[in-house]
Design a protein around this ligand. Structure first.
Ligand SMILES: Cc1cc2nc3c(=O)[nH]c(=O)nc-3n(C[C@H](O)[C@H](O)[C@H](O)COP(=O)(O)OP(=O)(O)OC[C@H]3O[C@@H](n4cnc5c(N)ncnc54)[C@H](O)[C@@H]3O)c2cc1C
Ligand SMILES: *[C@@H]1O[C@H](CO)[C@@H](O)[C@H](O)[C@H]1NC(C)=O
Ligand SMILES: *[C@@H]1O[C@H](CO)[C@@H](O)[C@H](O)[C@H]1NC(C)=O
Length: 368
């Protein structure tokens, strides 16, 4: 199948590119290390979770959400949408298959993708003209290296196990009666879901700077001055920060009110752990029974993608080129869903990638 495409990963990004290729009748082999597609959504996300972005920003290519679908789609309904998507576009990933290495062969002008079946240990090799990286930005949780962390007596977990933001976890913990502190290291924007939707809509018609001003004004009116609670606002506006650094605003699900009422304490950055005692940057020390790290994720694509030479991805496994030039590398290599633009970005990446592959194939056909 040398003419075809190998897709690595069957999260929403992998499903989207597979569907786009199927619509264009371009053969593809789709590999997923877990035993189901959209593993993050099916097996790891909270039941209570609903999408953070409004539904018009959360559709995959060729299948808009129904009018009757709620604006903020509940997790289970999003999973049903994906189930329907997979059936409609005949997406068929091979499961339990982890990609261990992908190398480009100059002679045969094709990618050689080596895999291992995680259930049986069986090894395999696939060859294809095109390779699409769809392994996600959230492949692995990052836990910072705090001196003494190994000595901590309680539970240490990363938020990837809950697929949820730190603000949301803190909110849930207090609702279940836990005395919760939240450690804040650097400034960030807090927004309601409604503000974010408004911002994403307005920015299609107004300059980004103006929309940022509107969002900050709304934020001031709605929340007041939060600096006395330890929540500082970055100097750059929320949309500009997202565009420049890929850093999203934090979505408030009610946590800010709990911080204002004192139900949740804000503490500084932890600098040392000793048994159950955690010491913070301002010198304060408190006792804790558990630590949840909501400290972000990293892409793991660089672990297996060997012959990219930094053309597509940087050392962090994220696109080297800024949006909108992030999706295409050399030698038929592409990435879908690595530009920190959520499902909306995934859909756009998938469409443009499939079109580009189709164009390459038809040019080759014309040239014999
Ligand atoms: C809790 C949560 C809520 C979110 N809410 C929204 C939202 O409301 N709106 C929005 O637009 N975005 C949202 N996002 C962001 C983003 O849309 C999702 O993270 C989405 O799942 C990303 O899809 P993906 O396919 O790129 O990555 P993933 O869903 O992470 O899928 C990648 C797949 O690749 C597989 N894989 C990785 N490495 C290998 C390998 N070596 N070999 C084989 N397979 C491999 C993984 O097993 C995984 O199944 C949310 C994210 C989280 C965590
Ligand atoms: C994947 O592996 C699990 C066990 O790890 C097994 O139960 C399941 O049947 C496997 N699925 C496929 C499609 O091979
Ligand atoms: C917010 O309050 C702090 C003091 O807590 C003050 O220094 C700062 O100037 C205030 N910011 C605004 C915009 O009022």
């Amino acid at each position: 199948m040398k003419k075809g495409v190998v897709i690595v990963g069957a999260g929403p990004a992998g499903l989207a590119i597979a569907a786009c290729l199927n619509v264009l009748s371009i053969p593809n082999i789709h590999l997923e290390k877990e035993d189901c597609y959209a593993h993050l959504w099916k097996k790891k996300a909270y039941d209570r979770l609903s999408l953070h972005l409004a539904k018009e920003f959360c559709a995959l290519p060729h299948m808009p959400h129904a009018d009757s679908t709620p604006t903020y789609i509940p997790k289970n309904q999003f999973v049903e949408y994906l189930d329907e998507y997979v059936v409609r576009f005949n997406v068929n990933p091979i499961f339990n298959v982890s990609v261990e290495c992908a190398m480009y062969d100059e002679c045969s002008k094709s990618w050689s993708v080596k895999t291992r079946n995680l259930a049986t240990g069986e090894e395999n090799e696939y060859k294809a003209q095109f390779l699409v990286v769809a392994t996600g930005e959230n492949a692995q949780g990052i836990i910072p290296d705090i001196p003494g962390l190994k000595s901590f007596d309680g539970d240490v977990i990363h938020s990837s196990r809950y697929s949820n933001s730190g603000m949301e976890i803190a909110y849930d913990l207090t609702n279940f009666g836990a005395k919760t502190s939240i450690s804040i290291r650097s400034p960030f924007h807090v927004m309601t879901k409604g503000f974010i939707r408004l911002g994403m809509t307005l920015v299609q018609y107004l300059p980004l700077k103006l929309v940022d001003k509107i969002l900050i004004a709304l934020n001031c009116i709605y929340y007041g001055n939060l600096s006395r609670y330890g929540i500082l606002r970055p100097e750059i506006g929320p949309l500009a920060l997202k565009a420049l650094k890929g850093r999203s605003a934090v979505i408030d699900v009610g946590t800010v009110n709990k911080i204002k009422s004192g139900e949740i304490q804000v503490v500084k950055e932890p600098v040392m752990v000793n048994g159950n005692q955690v010491t913070f940057k301002d010198g304060e020390t408190h006792h804790f029974d558990g630590i949840v790290f909501a400290t972000g994720y990293r892409s793991t694509a660089k672990n297996w993608l060997k012959d990219d030479k930094g053309w597509l991805l940087n050392e962090d496994g994220l696109p080297r080129e800024k949006f909108p030039n992030h999706w295409k590398g050399k030698n038929g290599l592409y990435c879908v869903g690595l530009s920190k633009r959520g499902l909306f970005g995934i859909a756009k990446d998938a469409e443009i990638t499939a079109q580009d592959i189709a164009k390459t194939l038809s040019t080759e056909r014309l040239n014999g």
